[in-house]
Design a protein around this ligand. Structure first.
Ligand SMILES: NC(=O)c1ccc[n+]([C@@H]2O[C@H](COP(=O)([O-])OP(=O)(O)OC[C@H]3O[C@@H](n4cnc5c(N)ncnc54)[C@H](O)[C@@H]3O)[C@@H](O)[C@H]2O)c1
Length: 349
């Protein structure tokens, strides 16, 4: 009788500490670029994935969600929450972890933290979408909402889209000061602003990434001129939006997975048959993205399971040959597969 688990019992686990190590080892801008490429590759083969709107459990203060998908070879899911009130209690608004499994055996291949990975994949997805939708030669981005996601967004747009200036605004100036401090050696020109209106002056790209569990109006119609790209991140739950409806009426709207976005995105404010374009169809060339310099494009981002799947597969590859993970004794592995009960004997005192 042995107490040691066999190799078949072990699943690589990437802790928060390891994920931080990986970000530094790869370099954050390279990692954001890699993730944008990885996610774009999976959007190109969109039709090969199982797709379902995420399974959400709402409470008066937040939401807990499961986000599964599979390409027939691998299966992945993420557990993620959204609790805007959490920061007042010293907790994150969004935390996450995820799992990648082999479809052939059903055995997990990776368990990993995904709080950092969600910020990285969300930023990479935003920037990848903007590469197809934003005006050419975009150099300046307004970043409205300077919380946990903000710096990741700014760096992804620098790495993937080549922006060189960010204009920061948050209703809480402490958050803006934090973001400005974190970005001071990033190579970006960082301008702190006193209002959303001031932040969007001269910006070709406007990112909204605020957290409030209600219909909020971060941008009103009169603030938005022609020829901009709006990257709307924060409106991602029923009853939680950021843009005035009139902006939506003037925009060409691009979404991830319509059955999910209709319920969770900015477009929950519109008629169910209001036209939208699926981002994967722009990426595969089936539908146009930006057509001209005057058009307002809107990426109504809510976050979709395929983005997490891409990120999980990327991390699974990236940790090979490193010491940036530990092996978890996660799967029971009896000597005789049918003698699960007998395996209890291994731990008999
Ligand atoms: N689309 C996606 O894939 C995706 C992924 C991750 C997070 N999110 C969403 O993005 C939002 C931000 O996430 P976070 O982790 O950065 O949250 P956070 O709580 O850390 O930061 C949110 C910031 O928004 C600010 N804010 C609130 N109302 C504002 C207003 N009216 N004007 C300006 N600033 C305002 C807050 O002061 C805070 O600093 C959340 O709603 C989250 O659910 C979306």
């Amino acid at each position: 009788m042995t107490l040691l688990p066999s190799d078949r019992a072990l699943v690589p686990f990437v802790s928060v500490q390891h994920m931080m190590g990986l970000v530094h080892e790869i370099g954050i801008e390279k990692m954001l670029l890699d993730l944008a490429t990885e996610i774009e590759g999976d959007f190109r083969r969109w039709e090969s994935f199982d797709k379902t709107p995420r399974v959400a459990s709402h409470s008066p203060v937040g939401v807990i969600e499961l986000m599964p998908t599979s390409d027939g070879q691998m299966y992945g899911f993420k557990y993620v929450n959204g609790h805007p009130k959490n920061t007042r209690e010293g907790l994150q608004t969004v935390t996450a972890f995820g799992l990648l499994a082999d479809v052939e055996t059903g055995y997990p291949k990776l368990l990993t933290e995904m709080t950092l990975l969600t910020a990285l994949r969300t930023a990479a997805t935003s920037a990848m979408a903007a590469r197809h939708l934003a005006p050419e030669q975009s150099r300046c981005m307004a970043m409205i909402g300077n919380g946990a996601q903000a710096e990741f967004q700014c760096l992804a747009f620098k790495a993937v889209c080549g922006i060189d200036t960010v204009r920061l605004y948050d209703i809480d100036p402490v958050a803006t000061r934090k973001a400005a401090r974190n970005l001071q050696d990033s190579g970006l020109t960082v301008i702190t602003c006193k209002s959303s209106q001031e932040a969007i002056e001269g910006a070709q790209i406007i990112t909204t990434c605020t957290a409030d569990k209600q219909y909020a109006t971060i941008l009103t119609d009169n603030m938005i001129g022609s020829g901009v790209h709006i990257n709307a991140i924060g409106g991602d739950c029923p009853g939680k939006t950021e843009l005035h409806r009139d902006i939506l009426m003037r925009s060409d709207i691009f979404v991830e997975y319509p059955p999910q976005t209709r319920v969770e995105g900015e477009i929950q404010q519109l008629d169910p048959d209001h036209p939208t374009t699926e981002l994967w169809q722009v990426i595969t060339g089936q539908k146009p993205g930006r057509r001209d310099g005057r058009q307002i494009t809107l990426f109504d981002s809510v976050g979709f399971a395929i983005e997490d799947f891409s990120a999980l597969r990327y991390i699974h590859r990236a940790i090979q040959g490193t010491d940036l993970y530990v092996e978890l004794d996660l799967l029971a592995d009896p000597d005789d597969p049918r003698d699960l009960f007998g395996m209890l004997g291994r731990a008999r005192p």
